[in-house]
Design a protein around this ligand. Sequence first.
Ligand SMILES: [Zn+2]
Length: 387
Amino acid sequence: MRAKQLGNIWRERLRYFEGRQEALVSTIREFVEIESPSDAKPAADRMSQFLAAKFEALGGRAHIHRVKDFGDNLQIDFPGREKVKPVLLLGHFDTVYPLGTLQTMPCHAADGRLYGPGVLDMKSGIALMLYVIEALQSWHAGLPRPVTVFLVSDEEVGSSSSRKITESLAKESAAVLVLEPAAGPRGAVKTARKGVGEYKLTVQGVAAHAGLDPGKGHSAIVELARQISALSKLNDLQRGISVNAGVIRGGTRTNVIAAEATAEIDVRIKLAKQAVMLDRKLRSLKPFDKHCKLTVEGGVNRMPMERNAGVVALYKKAVVVAKQLDWKLEEASVGGGSDGNFTAGLGVPTLDGLGGVGSGAHAAHEHIVISELPRRALLLAGMIESV
Ligand SMILES: [Zn+2]
C-alpha cells in the first residue's frame, strides 16, 4: 500500500517536470547564448550576474566572490526549514569555447536534442539546479533543508580561483552533489574520477650550426624524443595510470641543432597514492645525453575522486530514488576530473554526474537529450530530500 502511494507521488512529480520541460529547455538556451569562456572575464561576469539574478528570484541570497583574472565565482545560499547542514550543489559556468563560437555552433534543437557550446558541460546542470529548487519550494512550501549553490568560473582551467571556496563550503555541507554531465547514454552517475596532473619537461641542449659544427651540438629535440619514449613506458592502464606528452615544441631553424625543446604532459591516476610515485618518477628523469639538462615542472592538480564509503552511500541513495521511477541508475568511473575530486578528497560525501545526459562535451556536436531532463530533475530533487 505504502509503496503504491509513494509511486503515485513520484509519478505526479515526473508530470510536474514534464510540464516544465519546455521552460527548462528555454532557460538552458538562455544560459548557452551567454558565452562564458574561462579566459574572458567580462563575458564570464555577465553570466555570473545573470545567474545570480535567476537564483535570487527564487529567494536565494547571492554572494559574489570577486576574482581578478576569471569571472566572479557565485555562491547562493537558500535557507531551509530544518536546522541541518546544507547540501552543496556544485557546478561551473565557464566553458572551453572561445568568444564567438555561437556563430559557428549556434544553440539549436534537432531530433530531440539541444546543441550548443557548454550545453552539456554544464549549463544544463545549472538550469536543473534552478528548476529543482523551485520545485522543492513548491512541493514543501519552502525548502525542507538549506541548500548552497556554488558556481565557479574557472573549472575548465584548473579551478585556481575557486578551489579554496569550494573546499570550505564542502566542509560545512552534509554532502556535495555535482551537476557535471552524466556518463554515457543511460545517464550513469559518476562515483569515481581519475586524478589529473600536468607537467612540463624542458630540455636544454647545446646549439650548433647543423652544417659547420654538427659534432659540437647536443640536440634538445633528439633528447626530448628519447625522453618521450621513456615517458610512454610509465603508462600502466591496468592500474589506471596514463601519461601523455600532448604538446611538444622545440628548435628554431632547420640548420641549427636545437638548444631547447619542451613537452607538456598530461597524467591521470586512479588512486591518490599513485601521485607521489609518479611525481617521483617524473622528477628523477635523467638525460640520455649528458650534455643535455632536464627541468621538470608541474604536479597533480586534482587528486582522484576515489569510490570511498561516502560516495557509495550517496550512490545507494540515488539508486533508491531512481527506483521509484523504475529506473536502474548505473554508476561509472571516468578519466576526467572535476571539482568533485576536491570535495571527495576531503572526505565529504560526493556524487558527481547528476547533470544532463548527452555527448560531445568540448566538441562541435556537444548536446543534451531533452527527454532525459525531467528524470534528471527528479533524481536531484530526491537526493536533496534524502541526503
Ligand atoms: Zn564540466
